[in-house]
Design a protein around this ligand. Structure first.
Ligand code: MN
Length: 421
């Protein structure tokens, strides 16, 4: 059976609403109290399966030590045929009717551990981070607020997947606390700028994708080549300092406003696991230039949610629910465009989709939009409201693709805001 077959069952009990059934098998990096060395594992139900231990037991036929590493980069470098064969083999080992791991109690005790006992690390060594701006709804909302209500999209937006080169050094894993950044602020009411803690701290709900194969400098990519280079996807929170951004972004785009932290979820869901959930994106009109043209279903039907918990609340409240399928530019178009100048892509590059906002008011992927730049604060249960994030606020993003009786999910990306240092 194909590893995406909805009928597959594991000998490990997986609840129907788990993000990690046998049809998913996302990659991450973890360590445990008994073994502090970070190594590669996959998530299955409420467990982590130690792939380094499986390989040491000779159940995986791969180069020595490829999983006994603090990142998935060495594994990604082996290429899409190996990704696919390895996923099929792990799926086979986890099936309810395969005895190799199921009936090997000693190996199971060594290789399978409850996820709550594992410390989850940043799963990849991020070589480069690029962030796009590919939701038409988001770009239109921001344009209407910051520039021109009647003509919110700049003329290039419908022709180019707009992006900027971000900072790989500040990508952190879910659970990492985020200090409010300092920066230059000049609200419209002030005559001169001042330097201090950001007052308009925001999140951006995004999906990141990980480049698992390199391209040579000077080489353009076809749609098919770009597709094959994408290893997998992750939830991404592109923390943003709106007041710093508004003062600095003309003429070269965001700089320090987005260079202090970007959080990602600990599990990388493979491109292959998302195949059953392909769907058509919005019609692209005008037609993109030939190098960006794509046929077929190039987006994914993926539910996304954002929840906020203030220090006074006892549980997080959902403040947005949208879908990745609304993105105007696809991940493949973003990658093709990125390499189109001859820019070399590297194993471990992380590319952010841009804020995912849908057409409805409750489908917006940032507080900037949800509160319309602070003028219509979001009402929270218990009576509090938020225009932007305050110290102590915790933000959680979740995402999943719903199958028939199972879901292929991402887990969560969480971050709590601390006062400026
Ligand atoms: Mn962003």
């Amino acid at each position: 059976m194909h590893p995406n077959d909805p009928h597959l069952r594991s000998f490990i009990d997986v609840k129907a609403d788990s993000d990690f059934p046998i049809q998913n098998l996302p990659y991450g990096v973890f360590s445990t109290a008994s073994d502090a060395s970070p190594r590669v594992g996959i998530a299955i139900g409420d467990y982590v399966l130690d792939l380094a231990a499986l390989q040491a037991a000779k159940l995986l036929d791969l180069p020595d030590g490829v999983f006994a590493q603090p990142s998935i980069n060495a594994f990604m470098a082996l290429g899409p045929r190996v990704w696919s064969a390895t996923r099929a083999r792990i799926s086979e080992l986890l099936r309810h009717d395969n005895a190799e791991l199921r009936d090997n109690a000693a190996l199971r005790a060594k290789a399978l551990m409850p996820m709550r006992d594992a410390k989850l690390h940043l799963p990849l060594r991020v070589e480069g981070f690029t962030d796009f701006y590919s939701s038409k709804e988001h770009a239109s909302n921001v344009g209407a607020m910051f520039r021109d209500k009647t003509n919110p999209l700049l003329p290039n937006w419908l022709h180019i997947p707009i992006g900027y080169n971000g900072r790989a050094s500040t990508v952190v894993v879910s659970g990492t606390k985020i200090h409010r950044p300092h920066g230059q602020l000049k609200p419209p009411s002030a005559d001169v700028p001042s330097f201090g803690p950001c007052k308009r701290l925001d999140f951006e709900l995004e999906i990141g994708f990980v480049v698992g194969q390199p391209s040579a400098r000077g080489e353009m990519l076809s749609e098919q080549q770009a597709e094959q280079m994408i290893f997998g996807f992750t939830l991404l929170n592109d923390w943003s300092a709106r007041d710093i951004q508004q003062w600095e972004y003309v003429p070269l785009g965001p700089f320090q406003a987005k260079a202090f932290a970007t959080s990602i979820s600990p599990w990388i869901v493979t491109r292959e696991a998302l195949e059953p959930f392909r769907t058509h994106g919005p019609a692209q009109d005008p037609a993109p230039l030939p190098y960006l043209q794509q046929q077929g279903a190039n987006n994914y039907d993926m539910a996304l949610e954002v929840a906020l918990c203030t220090p006074k609340m006892t549980e997080a409240a959902r403040i947005s629910a949208t879908n990745f399928k609304y993105m105007y530019w696809s991940s493949v178009q973003q990658l093709v465009h990125h390499a189109s100048s001859g820019c070399a892509m590297s194993v471990g590059d992380l590319l952010g989709s841009g804020t995912v906002s849908g057409p409805e008011k409750d489908q917006l992927g940032s507080l900037l939009e949800l509160s319309w730049n602070g003028t219509q604060p979001v009402q929270l249960p218990g009576g509090e409201q938020r225009g932007f994030l305050e110290d102590g606020d915790s933000l959680v993003m979740r995402g999943w693709c719903q199958g028939d009786g199972y879901r292929v999910g991402f887990g969560e990306v969480e971050g709590t805001v601390l006062a400026a240092k």
